[in-house]
Design a protein around this ligand. Structure first.
Ligand SMILES: [Fe+2]
Ligand SMILES: [Fe+2]
Length: 164
């Protein structure tokens, strides 16, 4: 195996973290549907898929370096959000948490002089900058609009989704 078994264990842990993040976004998406905010729901459904993609990307890397992928259980995500603002705030918090998890993996890879994993993780470092930025921007919009003007934010969000 190209990398340490400790590193494989940590990467498997991150697969579980990414799948939990995916699960959280899925629950958030259905809460948005309940609120009648279909564009938010669609955006968060897409985000759930992206997080699942992150988990699969890590799994592929583990297999590429000769490790064994081991899936863990996924905790029950929160589903009793009271407002759109609360959901988007939770999404920002979740992205900040994942950023810390990625940074811890980078620190471990550097400590172990595991440059294959270190290089692989750079994509995630950059991805977290992107995701924290976009969720923070969305939070700003939601806070600025207030709950009664969320439909306008949906219009903006739909345009942003069409543009990418
Ligand atoms: Fe992710
Ligand atoms: Fe993310």
């Amino acid at each position: 195996m190209m990398i340490s078994s400790r590193m494989v264990t940590s990467l498997n842990g991150q697969i579980a973290n990414e799948l939990l993040a995916s699960h959280k976004y899925l629950a958030m998406s259905y809460c948005f549907e309940d609120m009648g905010l279909h564009v938010f729901a669609k955006r968060f459904m897409e985000q759930a898929d992206e997080e699942r993609g992150h988990a699969l990307k890590i799994a592929k890397f583990i297999q590429d370096v000769g490790g064994k992928v081991i899936l863990d259980k996924i905790d029950k995500p929160k589903s009793d959000y009271k407002s759109a603002r609360q959901i988007v705030q939770a999404a920002v918090d979740s992205e900040l948490l994942v950023t810390k998890q990625i940074n811890d993996l980078v620190a471990q890879a550097e400590k172990e002089k595991d440059y294959a994993t270190r290089s692989f993780l750079q994509w995630f470092v950059d991805e977290q900058v992107e995701e924290v930025a976009t969720m923070s921007e969305l939070l700003k919009l939601v806070v600025m609009a207030g709950e009664q003007y969320l439909l306008q934010v949906e219009g903006r969000l739909a345009a942003m989704m069409a543009a990418k």
